[in-house]
Ligand binder design. Sequence first.
Ligand SMILES: [Zn+2]
Length: 344
Amino acid sequence: MTEQERYQQIDMPFYKAEVDPILPDPVLDFHTHVWTREQWSSVPAEDGSPGGKYMVVNTEYPVEKLLADAGRILPGRQYRAVCFGYPCPAANIDKTNDAVARLEKRDNLFPLMLAGKGLADREEIEQRLQKGRFYGYKVFLNWFGDDYGRIAVEDMLSPVEMELADRYRLIVLLHVPRSDRLADPEIQAGVAALSRDYPGARIVLAHCGRCYTPDRMAKAVKAIKNLNNVYLDTSMVMDPTVIQILLEEIGPSRLLFATDFPVPAMRGRRVYVLDHWVDLVLPGYAESGYRVQSDNFRASFMVYEIIQAIRRAAERTGLPAGELKALFHDNGMKLLEQVERPGV
Ligand SMILES: [Zn+2]
């Protein structure tokens, strides 16, 4: 089966039957990456970095490819996206931020700069925010892959970044560390401290605090329940029970639809086995940690599985149609509109 045959015979019938009826127009995707090889100083999957094969991706993912993927996977929708570069030690941070800043000229893209503890002083950050007209930060991951055992939230963000975020109501998109993720009490304390000390900052926890499994989310959700400036993006979360727990405990208004392009342009589904996620995908992708490839099942784009998880959870909890719609666009747009971009 060719790519185009697969698209027409499997992807599009599924999209039209299951996804199209619930997806509003426009859609805001709160977590996407763009990069080109020249923004990487090394390739972790090739240079033997510890954890370098945790999530292997193609080193070319320019904005044209992001928009082409979104157009092909979500046809008939105006697509808006919060976007940023490759947030790992292999990135050349200045080159990445310069390239992402140029995206601001397109009115459907909302760039975040890579920022994190010790990377730049206050003046540099403020200048960069102004020059690049950024909406906030994607917090830099100062480790490779799953080599994050002893890191705390306080090792990733300092008052230098957070005081500016507080003042300008910036988005602070944070991928929490450690193997227990947001279920780890120390990570919970770190997030709570950011929320309390910097009430103006809009703290968005990537991948629902990396709680891809219901058990982890059940342990995590109480810690953020009353933190009103803490939001969750749904990127790569495909388990409906995870979303159901969030809808039941904190409601829909702090949930933001997100993909994590380029990753969920793969065909397959993120499942869990014991206590860890596994990406079950069709053949043809790079070898990667926790990625199982097989051709003996049907699959479509992982983006659809994220949307299906949200739909199933919304049905179980009786979420009104308008609130479901807002989760795909308005909840996130509200945050972006509230950012007081320095110099704009
Ligand atoms: Zn990401």
